[in-house]
Structures are given as C-alpha cells and as structure tokens.
Write a protein that binds this ligand. Structure first.
Ligand SMILES: *Cc1c(COP(=O)(O)O)cnc(C)c1O
Length: 387
C-alpha cells in the first residue's frame, strides 16, 4: 500500500458552485467536480466499454482490500448500501445457520432486522449506543454456543462515529473458525482493511462513502469458496449475490440494469483516490479534518460523545448544549444558510448531533464551518455549550 508522509490538501476545485452545499454527513457526501463531470455521458449497459469499467472497478476494490482474486471476489450490487448488506447476509449465512450479531448503534440494529426479515436465526450482543463490542465477550459467546456459524460486526458504527475493535474481533472469530461478515460501509477506502492482516470473509461497502462516488450501488468482497456454496441461499431474486456474480462472470454485464452514470463516476472517484495516495492518503486527510473539527468544537465548549480512543476519522457525535437558547433546528438552518449541511444525532438517550469528516473536503472547509458555528451560537444567544 502506498504510504503518505505528508497530509495532502485538495487543490481548489473545492469551491462551491452556485447553490451547492458541503455535505458534512455520513453520505451521500460532497463529491469533486471531476466525479460529477464523469456523469455527463450516457452508456449502454451491454457495451464493452462500460463492461471494461465494471471489470476494472471490481479488480481495484479487491486490491484495496489486499485480497487475491484466487481467494476473493468482488460483486457490485445495485441500490443503496443496505441492499448490499442484505444481499451479503442472505448469501453468506446458510438458511440453517445461526449468526451472532454485534450491535452498538443503528446500523448493527438494521442488520439484525434484516436477519429477522430473512427468517435466519440470530443471537445478539447489544452494547447500546456508544460502547464497543468486547472481543472477550465474543470469544466466550462463540465458545459457549457451537451452533453459531457466523458473526456480523460494523467496522465504523456511523450512528455514533465509533471505530469498533475489528482486528481483535476478527482474530477471535478466525481462531474459532466461524465466518466473519463486516459492514465496512463508512470506513472502507479510508481506514486500512487488509484481509491479509485482519481476517474477514465478507466486507460490504458502497459507492457514496469514503471512495467519494455518488449513490447508486454497493459492493461485497467475499471469499470465493463461501460464495461458491451460496447457490440458492438467497431469499430474493434481485439481491441474489451468487446469481449476480455468476452472471457477471459469464457475460461481463450486470444482471439487471446497472446505475451506469454512478458506475462511471465511481471509476473517476477511484482514480482520484489513487492520486491522493490510496487508503493512507485518504485516511490522512480525513484524520486531519477530524482533528481540526474536534479541537475547534472543544475550544467552543462542545463535548464529544466518545472518548478520544474510539473516535473515527469518519464522523463525530457532539452532545447538544443544554443552554435553553440552543435548538438543533435553528442551529442546522443557520449552518445551512452558510452552505454547510450537518446531521442530526441518532442516539436513543442523549440529545446530540453529528458532523462528518468525509467527502471531498479538507481542513480549510472545517475551519470555515467552525467560524459559522461560532457565529450561529452568538446569533442564538448560546454562551455555554455544556451538555
Ligand atoms: C451508510 C451506511 C450503511 C448503508 O446505508 P444506506 O442508507 O443504505 O446507504 C450501512 N452501514 C453503515 C455503517 C453505514 O454508514
């Protein structure tokens, strides 16, 4: 993998064009002009030029996961990220299997709900809103229940921003010879995930997160052997990952209409990802965004939900000030007026909001945001940000 020593800044194609806003959210994200311009042509879904692009994207994504194509395959799937999570779960878990679902936020819960829809047996470890799953508890659960065939975990739980201890969990699961399914939706491309170092059988992500494409498809990187045995495992015609794979291998085409413009935009986004220094380069820029954001917000008196050691370079949750003049809606609208879209919180207990560090933005954008946050607080008459 390409190692970057210096923190890259983006050259200034980041200036907003009329009416554009910076999306400081978990996705869709701010994209570059180059990525958007790639969508100005129409493509035939059967045409070999388009199919070459699909083929190349699949290969590049395997490379990004450090996965050999003798061992792993990459299968793209139409729809938002959840469609790919559902496709992965229904193909990577047997109908007669039992899956341990690790939950610590909305996306872990959603995956458990998918399993209920599928009628597949699950057991859960639910850590609530913001605590990481414990590798020791995973180990003892697997040791106590030999019927468990697979484990599901979210890498970065985007509802709080926590970066879960994937490496330790992966080692526990591997040493007990179970299948590990990772929702790496919001981390893939910006947090290193080499299957040679962190043993995963299935990784799921999508076009519109850290690779900075536009929405329209997701992808599943999955152990070849596992997908090979998944014929007929899916509950769904359109989300059948095994069928999508087989059809793509046979014809080079997507099984049903592909999101052609999204695919070519993603191809262009991948090129920019490489130019920036790959995963290491992107991680460096997002980490700097996060550091400037967190220290700037703390200087204004805000508190983060998480302790520093769990903060991801993806998105940060801040606790809402308890000052009577603070209202999220007014705060949101004031920032929107200045061109910045932030995100509401997703916690069941505390009042909170989230600010994303991902997308085609650098720390100059975060500095501008911080100035506007300060102005908005003054306008609202909030002089303390204590939660
Ligand atoms: C964004 C995201 C998803 C998928 O959400 P969609 O709205 O279906 O794209 C799944 N898991 C995580 C952790 C995410 O951040």
């Amino acid at each position: 993998m390409n190692q970057m020593k210096t923190v890259p800044t983006l050259n200034n194609d980041m200036v907003l064009t009329n009416g554009d806003r910076y999306l400081l959210t978990p996705g869709p994200l701010t994209t570059s002009i180059r990525t958007r311009q790639a969508m100005l042509r129409d493509w035939g879904s059967w045409d070999c030029d388009f199919n070459t692009i699909t083929h190349d994207i699949r290969r590049q994504l395997l490379d990004m996961a450090d996965a050999d194509d003798t061992e792993y395959v990459c299968v793209p799937m139409q729809g938002s990220g959840t469609f790919s999570v559902e496709a992965a779960l229904s193909s990577a878990t047997a109908r007669s299997g039992k899956t341990l679902m690790l939950m610590n936020g909305a996306y872990g819960k959603r995956a458990a709900t998918i399993m209920q829809y599928l009628g597949r047996e699950i057991v859960t470890i639910d850590m609530g809103d913001y605590l990481p799953p414990s590798p020791e508890e995973v180990a003892s659960t697997l040791d106590a229940d030999l019927d468990i065939t697979s484990v599901f975990v979210v890498h970065c739980e985007t509802s709080s921003g926590i970066l879960n201890p994937l490496r330790q969990i992966a080692e526990v699961v591997k040493s007990r010879q179970r299948v590990l399914i990772v929702d790496a939706m919001s981390s893939f491309g910006a947090v290193p995930l080499s299957v040679k170092e962190i043993p995963c059988d299935v990784i799921v992500s999508s076009a519109n997160k850290c690779i900075e494409g536009v929405p329209g498809f997701g992808f599943v990187i999955i152990r070849r052997e596992l997908l090979d045995t998944a014929r007929g495992a899916s509950h769904s015609l359109s989300l059948d990952l095994h069928e999508q794979w087989q059809y793509m291998e046979r014809t080079g085409q997507w099984r049903f209409t592909p999101p052609t413009h999204t695919v070519v935009a993603f191809y262009e986004a991948l090129l920019q990802h490489r130019e920036e220094g790959g995963v290491a380069g992107r991680q460096a820029r997002y980490t700097r965004n996060r550091d400037v954001l967190v220290s700037g917000m703390r200087a204004l008196g805000f508190k983060t939900l998480l302790e520093d050691k769990w903060l991801s370079p993806i998105i940060t949750t801040f606790l809402s000030p308890k000052h009577p003049n603070f209202a999220f809606k007014a705060f949101y609208d004031a920032l929107k007026q200045c061109g910045f879209i932030i995100y509401p919180g997703k916690l069941t207990e505390a009042e909170s909001f989230r600010i994303g560090c991902i997308g085609h933005i650098d720390d100059s954008v975060i500095h501008q945001l911080l100035d506007h946050v300060e102005e908005s607080l003054t306008t609202m008459g909030v002089n303390s940000c204590e939660p």
